[in-house]
Design a binder for this molecule. Structure first.
Ligand code: NAD
Ligand code: ZN
Length: 355
């Protein structure tokens, strides 16, 4: 088990990762809160049936008054309507300002339950219990919560720091392989952004011990969000692979998975970095090999680079007329380029979108 205290504008909270932690959750929550209270475990039917019993048992035996609230599974339910349903359930079950929300699930549950906790009675305590690789290394860290609007993702939300993050790596044994691969794209990204040794390890093959790599990947995000808690500057570095990735996701009509798009985006950004003379000629090949080792695609058929360009252009419009791309210079070091030449951007996309 590894524990790190993350410093936030509201104090600090522990991030604990290890095998079998669900059965110790009661102890961790009691330590963080310093009292017992009513807890709503917010989850979905997929996760509830497998992982809620161990968490509920641990919290109950520590003296907490626990109920489980299930929301439907899926990104399409990450809406204000679902958050409102949660608020009403909190009220019906007598939760007050001293009650606590425990988000048990992936990023969708974390974002929804976190948003509901941040707004119910002007904000009640939250614990993240992430059960996907993405949620462990990304969405449970940094305090962003939110829901989607019909016009776009994550358009309504709030910053809400949890009182603890409890990441039980045993829960990942039930996660479908494609979800592990998707989360691995974010882990590889974190290695490139700020942990050369993590990237080396991933480049060498599949790690036996996920706790170590989760902790190493999470640390990259801790450091950046500690420096930039409200996303005003350096946190943009975490967008490595995401500007290209989002444009490809959108151009595919969202048939391309987020993690797959991020992996392809990492490769495209390495091609761009090389064409700008900002990285050596081995980096793209190393990223490509690492993606393949972790079951991530290295190219996508049937999507022309020219179809992706309009989505990059709309990103540029949103960002007040500047296309800002994060590029890798070497594992562990990234920089930002502004408005790179259009032919180089097209060339970068061609690296992953062959004609
Ligand atoms: N707040 C942030 O900073 C932040 C950062 C990145 C992503 N996000 C958000 O996270 C969401 C994506 O999260 P995700 O990739 O975890 O997807 P997800 O929450 O939809 O989970 C993926 C699938 O795995 C299932 N699942 C979860 N844990 C399981 C387990 N242990 N065993 C079996 N099945 C399990 C879920 O029910 C779901 O069907 C998006 O909405 C995205 O916007 C938020
Ligand atoms: Zn991502």
């Amino acid at each position: 088990m590894r524990r790190t205290d993350i410093v936030t504008p509201n104090g600090s909270h522990p991030y604990i990762v290890g095998e079998g932690l669900l059965s110790r959750a009661g102890e961790f929550v009691a330590d963080s809160l310093g009292r017992t209270t009513k807890i709503a475990v917010v989850t979905n039917p997929t996760v509830a049936v497998i992982h809620a019993p161990a968490l509920v048992e641990s919290l109950t035996s520590t003296g907490f008054d626990v109920q489980v609230l299930e929301l439907p599974d899926g990104e399409e339910h990450k809406t204000l309507e679902t958050a409102t349903r949660l608020h009403c359930s909190f009220l019906e079950s007598g939760m007050d300002r001293r009650s606590l929300v425990a988000a048990l699930g992936g990023g969708v549950i974390g974002d929804l339950a976190g948003f509901a906790a941040s707004t119910y009675m002007r904000g009640i305590d939250l614990v993240h219990v992430p059960t996907t690789l993405l949620a462990m290394v990304d969405s449970s860290i940094g305090g962003k919560t939110g829901v989607n609007l019909p016009r776009g993702k994550n358009l309504v939300g709030a910053f809400k720091q949890p009182v603890a993050v409890i990441a039980d790596t045993a829960t990942l044994s039930t996660l479908p392989p494609v979800e592990i691969a998707s989360g691995m794209a974010e882990v590889i990204k974190h290695g490139l952004v700020g942990a050369a040794d993590l990237f080396e390890k991933l480049d060498e093959g599949r790690p036996d011990d996920l706790s170590d790599i989760i902790h190493a990947a999470a640390r990259v995000k801790f450091a950046i969000v500690e420096e930039d808690p409200f996303e005003r500057g350096p946190r943009a570095l975490l967008n490595l692979g995401h500007t290209f990735g989002h444009a490809m996701e959108a151009a595919s009509g969202f048939t391309l998975r987020h993690g797959h798009a991020v992996g392809l985006g990492l490769l495209a950004s390495a091609r761009l970095a090389h064409s700008l003379g900002l990285c050596d000629d081995t980096l793209e090949g190393r990223i490509s090999r690492t993606l393949a080792v972790h079951d991530l695609p290295t190219h996508l058929d049937g999507l022309a680079p020219s179809r992706v360009l309009p989505f990059l252009a709309s990103d540029k419009k949103r960002e007040h007329g500047t296309l800002r791309l994060v590029i890798p210079e070497e594992p562990g070091r990234v920089s930002i380029v502004e408005d790179p030449p259009g032919d180089l951007v097209l060339g970068a996309l061609s690296a992953v979108l062959p004609d």
